[in-house]
Design a protein around this ligand. Sequence first.
Ligand SMILES: Nc1ncnc2c1ncn2[C@@H]1O[C@H](COP(=O)(O)OP(=O)(O)OP(=O)(O)O)[C@@H](O)[C@H]1O
Ligand SMILES: [Mg+2]
Length: 251
Amino acid sequence: LQADLNTFLALGVHGATVVTAVTAQDSERMLGIHPIPAQTIAAQLEAVFSGLSVDAVKTGMLGTAEAVVTVAAALERVSRDIPVIVDPVIAATNGARLLSPDAEALLARRLIPRATLVTPNLHEAAVLTGGEPAPNEDSMKAQAERLVERGARAVLVKGGHLPGPDAVDIFFDGKSFRRFATPRLAVRNTRGTGCTLASAIAAFMAKGSELDEAVSKAKRYLQAALQEADERDFGTGAGPLHHFCHWEGAP
Ligand SMILES: Nc1ncnc2c1ncn2[C@@H]1O[C@H](COP(=O)(O)OP(=O)(O)OP(=O)(O)O)[C@@H](O)[C@H]1O
Ligand SMILES: [Mg+2]
């Protein structure tokens, strides 16, 4: 949520949050997870959707099956004109599970059909399509196709965890593929790349970009935030990337 809100602020949009779990974590350890009761999640959704005119939605860690169902049910009632970016968070980089196993199938069945874009990393794409993590771009394309068959309007399979000189993401909208590649930066502070990317896509869509244009701009913003990430240090481990970096499109 903190990376999401920093991204929204940096890109000039107002973010409102629905907290699905309180976590205690640093870059290396998960010290505790307290899931928020479904009733409280539903009340927050009601507050946001009845009190604000929402231009885009981004989901992140949902945690439990009840949270998935509660969020999906609320989004089913929201106008189809509002883009929904689903970051299907299943595990953290520090290894902690962020979605209970019984919720995986529900995420695929209830939330993915409402998604304007789903942004799985290699591990999440494998879980959601029932296969192994893609070892190459052809497999990433095949998994993207499968997720569109499952009802997503478009998919961005993120290849941050594939080795190679470039970080390559594969985009598929049911008609054509686009390859988004940026030089892989050897920085230490990479915490929150996935959250930042999905939030930036939602922010650009809220400001009126078409989906593929929003992905392209978000990749450029992420690259800038990574480029300057090591200019400051907050402690041990992989610190946060630099949301308030110098960026060509800064508001
Ligand atoms: N070292 C890097 N340099 C440039 N881009 C990167 C690097 N690592 C990842 N990326 C990009 O960051 C985005 C997130 O990719 P990744 O595959 O790491 O997702 P993730 O595992 O969901 O991230 P997170 O662990 O933050 O949730 C993608 O656009 C990916 O290409
Ligand atoms: Mg992620």
